[in-house]
Structure formats: structure tokens, C-alpha cells
Design a protein around this ligand. Sequence first.
Ligand code: E4P
Length: 217
Amino acid sequence: MKFFIDTAEIDEIRALAPSGLVDGVTTNPSLIAKSGRDFKEVVAEICAVVEGPVSAEVTAIESKAMIKEGRALAKIADNVCIKLPLTFDGLVACRALVDDGHQTNVTLCFSANQALLAAKAGATYISPFIGRLDDMGIDGMELIEEIRTIYDNYMFETQILAASIRTVNHVKLSALAGADVATIPPATLKTLTKHPLTDKGLEAFLKDWEKTGQSIL
Ligand code: E4P
């Protein structure tokens, strides 16, 4: 399973990159607004730090304008993945940009039928939003399972990018459901390393090591 980092904060990305856990980055207009940075500038910086796909979202709502914006975003760097909303116009733009040879991430997916359409439009990634469904009392994980079944039934190559991840449990369940990628907020990624028995065990090892009076270097 690949891990993308769901942030537009370049310092957070730089801090996590040496871990080897960052296979890509996703941004959205809200994350760009939160960063307070110039959109194209910050995307260029992220693309220079991370080798994998960096999702940058169009903001037009009509297909021709989306295609124009998508082509402009793709010029920023080779690893830009053009993010498009799951609307009819978004799917038209997806097909045109895929035919151009660009990577695409179809976002704001809340149903299996929407995911089916995105695959038929040739999307590189489909982003089902787990957390936002859970917020409404709908099991977001069921959506991942349904999409996995449909994509496997028809051997679609579109990758399932589990998005709107809020908890470490979302990461585990997405992996169990066969999502290809999870896009994870930096804080959640760090929390994945945590276990109280790890902390307790490490504390005991370090105490015992101290008693030996030895040092490795
Ligand atoms: C990722 O591509 C999405 O934009 C992001 O995961 C949305 O997460 P949120 O529902 O926490 O805003």
C-alpha cells in the first residue's frame, strides 16, 4: 500500500520525506488556503521534495476551463497529478487530460457508481472520502470495499486512493479492504508508529542498557 501525505505544508513534507514513507502528496484548495502560500509556488516546492505524484486541484467547474487549468498545473512539474472533482464536467476533463498523457486524481467520490464512472473516464486515482461519510453516519469503509469489488470485477487499473482519513483505524481498514493508496494527514501518519507496549519495552531496554555501563560507539 502506498502512503500519500494530505497536506500543503512544505515543512511537514520535508520532515516526513526522509522516512521513506511518503509515496506522494495530495493537496486541495482548502489545504492551499490553510497554508497561506501561492498555489503554483507551493506545488513546485512539493514536487521538488517528493518524487511521487503530487495532486493539485483545478478550481474551474466547466470542462474546457478545467482542461486549460489542468494543462497549466501539469507544466509545473512532471510529477503533478491533476485533481478533478467528480462531476460530469470533471469526468470529461479527466478523459481529455488522460489522453494528453497526464496523471489524474478524481476527487470528492462518495458512491460506488461515481467510482465506476471515474474508472471509465481513465482516472489514474479515485479518491473516496471515508471520513466525510463517517461524519454523516455512513460507513465510509463499505464504499472502499464496493469500489475494490467493482474495479476487480472489470480489471480497471484506476487506483483506489482512500481519502479523508481521520484515524489510524481508517488506515488499517483501508489496507484490509484493498485500497491501493491512503492519503494521510501528517499527524495521523506519526500516530501510526505509536503503541504503549513499544514505549514501555523501549524504556525497560534503555534502563537495562544503562546498567551495563557500555556504549556502542
Ligand atoms: C484528499 O485528497 C482530500 O482532499 C482530503 O483527504 C480531504 O480530507 P478532509 O475530509 O479531512 O478534508
